[in-house]
Design a protein around this ligand. Structure first.
Ligand code: F6P
Length: 373
């Protein structure tokens, strides 16, 4: 902790339109800190918007910032960049993360854990804002139990974090899926083909359900409900018997055949123990063509879903979460994660928010099912 910031400086930094409540220094703690910010795990649109919001609001509250490069990896090798209001100018609309990211797990070995703790001290970091998915936030929760003042901001295109209704990045991803479906529809229709679209999402089918519904899919296959290949083929046949000679099928990368296993790229696990999913689209297209005689193709949308500018929804959500995260620092509320519940930004315990995958709401899936084949 750095002690009190001069009140005159704070007054200068706070624009007149900030509500008086936010200017009440006894409410916001009145303590300035050197706050480390990092982004970990897979990137997603909106990360820069969060960084900008944390730095802007945090600067108003008198804090200083250190950008940590490439997630936890940057804390293991003391790789940092200067982060101030000027450094975050013009990044709201930029995809990816200006800080870089990695899937490094800093608590994997005792030696890494020790150097992480040593480096937090050496870099003079009073607190950490950790922007990430379940893995990054799981580390933030663990570090909090070890005495480090952490605040979490949930991100992932997969939308699979419990305790928050939506994660930023998800809306951008489903818009990519929707636009792709619109494009694939015209070519599928022209060639009288079945088009299987494989989307991301890991072990949750949120991207598949929202993207599939918005794109008018004739079947949506999700990890939460193992699929029967005969039923998928029956759907294609029903449509062609009724005179519609093309079909659009959305498959989540984690979708599993009823009698079979999840399809993976290889058996390798990342630092947090995840396998690389992928291949179900190709498998389905091959099987559908073999069993129905309808010409079939597959498209893997892959990282296109993670790239590019965030949508307006994601920019606003990321900004709201970032502003609130900076305020939690001032209020001394650590070990917390900011979250969207209903239309309110709340904060929840990091420990309770991590470790549970939020799977697809079956009510929503039933609604999607009304429009299948
Ligand atoms: O968690 C986000 C995500 O895009 C998943 O949907 C996907 O399975 C995974 O990351 C891909 O990871 P990578 O970028 O390491 O290939």
């Amino acid at each position: 902790m750095r002690g009190e910031a001069p009140l005159s400086r704070l007054n200068f930094l706070l624009p007149s339109w900030i509500e008086p409540a936010a200017m009440d220094r006894s409410k916001i703690g009145g303590v300035t800190m050197n706050v480390g910010i990092l982004t970990g795990g897979g990137d997603c649109p909106g990360l820069n918007a969060v960084i900008r919001a944390v730095v802007k609001r945090g600067t108003q509250l008198g804090h200083g910032f250190t950008g940590i490069k490439d997630g936890w990896k940057g804390l293991l090798n003391r790789s940092t960049i200067k982060l101030d209001a000027e450094a975050v100018l013009g990044i709201l609309q930029a995809g990816g993360t200006m800080l870089g990211t990695s899937r490094t797990n800093p608590l994997k070995s005792r030696a890494d854990t020790d150097s992480l703790m040593k480096n937090i001290k050496a870099l003079d970091l009073d607190s950490l804002v950790c922007i990430g998915g379940d893995d990054t936030l799981g580390v933030a929760a663990k570090l909090f139990s070890m005495g480090i003042k952490t605040v979490g901001v949930p991100k992932t295109i997969d939308n699979d974090l419990s305790a928050t209704d939506f994660t930023f990045g998800f809306d951008t991803a489903i818009n990519v899926v929707t636009e792709s479906m619109d494009r694939l529809r015209s070519t599928a229709e022209s060639h009288h083909r079945v088009m299987v679209v494989e989307v991301m999402g890991r072990h949750a089918g949120w991207i598949a359900v929202y993207g599939g519904m918005a794109g008018g899919a004739d079947a949506i296959l999700i990890p939460e409900k193992p699929f029967d290949i005969d039923e998928v083929c029956a759907c294609v046949n029903r449509r062609s018997e009724a005179g519609t000679l093309f079909s659009l099928i959305v498959a989540a990368e984690g979708a599993v055949p009823k009698e079979g296993n999840m399809i993976t790229q290889n058996g390798e696990l990342d630092a947090f123990g995840h396998v690389r999913l992928g291949g179900v689209g190709e498998f389905l297209a091959r099987e559908i063509e073999k069993r129905t005689n309808h010409e079939s193709r597959h498209v893997v949308l892959g990282h296109l879903q993670r790239g590019g500018s965030p949508t307006a929804f994601d920019r606003v959500l990321a900004t709201r979460l970032g502003v609130r995260a900076a305020e939690l620092i001032s209020e001394g509320r650590f070990g917390r994660m900011v979250a969207l519940q209903g239309n309110r930004i709340v904060d929840v315990s990091l420990e309770e928010a991590t470790g549970k995958t939020k799977t697809v709401d079956m009510e929503l899936f039933r609604t999607a099912g009304v429009f299948f084949g």
